[in-house]
Design a protein around this ligand. Structure first.
Ligand code: ATP
Ligand code: MG
Length: 273
């Protein structure tokens, strides 16, 4: 195994990054994949939403293992990785990670500390998903430097134009300077309210503006209070409301994500012929 690493990134807050990371991760596990999800947000929202209500009490987190990479200290096998009853592994985060962001400033190869860490666990997984914080700071750059691809959640109610442009510029910079093979899997429309036409307008606008260059996922994630409830429950939408429209859409998204990998493999073998 050599995991595909997907960063879920958008510096605008509250667009559904954490929700997508948890539910896509568990969706992939339900398709039989070995999945690690990594919380790289000092707020620890992903850790909270996967059942660790007090992340600040967790002794070993992403900050611990990144610290060990920086100081060249050997890691134990799967150090700090917790398992979730729905079949995924989680590397949690807490407020200590904001201290890490400061220590990165003076670290050698500071943009690739997370990548160096992930290289030690990639053989144990097929997918590694990275939840990122709402900023384009050093932790997000580390996630982009470590990733094979990015999924960009965009909240359907708001025109994402400016935030999206900044993110694309950062992705291009990371490609040029650190990680040339980084690709964009797609833009994901989240919290879509089908009672309005606005979401449709935005998705048309996105396709018109970026079409050809960037895929917009065919699957939209609908707005639903059921989705908002899960972060307090510590479980996925599949466990909380399995027959609901949000569970259905995350199942569809999971299929789309698996298809991207299949197409890439086919493309590779076609070229090899
Ligand atoms: N499909 C949905 N329908 C309704 N509410 C949702 C949906 N998806 C997520 N939410 C809620 O919207 C809020 C923001 O979602 P989430 O935490 O996933 O976004 P985020 O991009 O990770 O935020 P941040 O930038 O703060 O990390 C949360 O309260 C979440 O429960
Ligand atoms: Mg979040």
């Amino acid at each position: 195994m050599n995991a595909k690493v997907i960063a879920i990134a958008m510096q605008k807050g509250g667009v559904g990054k954490t929700t997508t990371c948890a539910n896509l991760g568990i969706g992939l596990a339900q398709e039989g994949k070995k999945v690690l999800i990594v919380d790289s947000d000092p707020q620890g929202s992903l850790s909270i939403s996967l059942g660790h209500a007090q992340p600040d009490n967790i002794p070993t987190t992403l900050a611990t293992v990144m610290g060990k990479v920086i100081t060249d200290t050997p890691l134990e096998h799967k150090e700090g990785i917790l398992s979730h009853p729905e079949g995924v592994d989680l590397l949690p985060a807490n407020i200590e990670l904001s201290g890490m962001e400061v220590s990165l400033i003076n670290a050698m190869s500071r943009e690739t500390i997370l990548k160096q860490y992930l290289d030690t666990v990639k053989k144990d997984y097929q997918y590694i998903l990275l939840d990122t914080q709402p900023s384009l700071g050093m932790l997000t750059v580390n996630a982009l430097a470590a990733a094979d691809s990015v999924i960009i959640p965009v909240q359907a109610q708001y025109l994402p134009a400016k935030g999206l442009e900044q993110l694309l510029q950062t992705i291009n910079k990371v490609r040029k300077q650190i990680n040339p093979k980084l690709t964009i899997d797609g833009i994901l429309l989240t919290m879509v309210d089908n009672r309005t036409n606005f979401a449709k307008d935005i998705s048309t606008l996105l396709r018109d503006t970026y079409g050809g260059k960037i895929k917009v996922f065919a699957t939209d994630i609908p707005h639903s209070v059921r989705a908002a409830e899960i972060s307090a429950e510590g479980k996925s939408i599949f466990a909380h409301d399995p027959k609901g429209k949000v569970a259905e859409s995350y199942r569809e998204l999971t299929k789309e994500v698996l298809k991207i990998e299949k197409l890439r493999q086919k493309h590779k073998s076609d070229i090899g012929r």
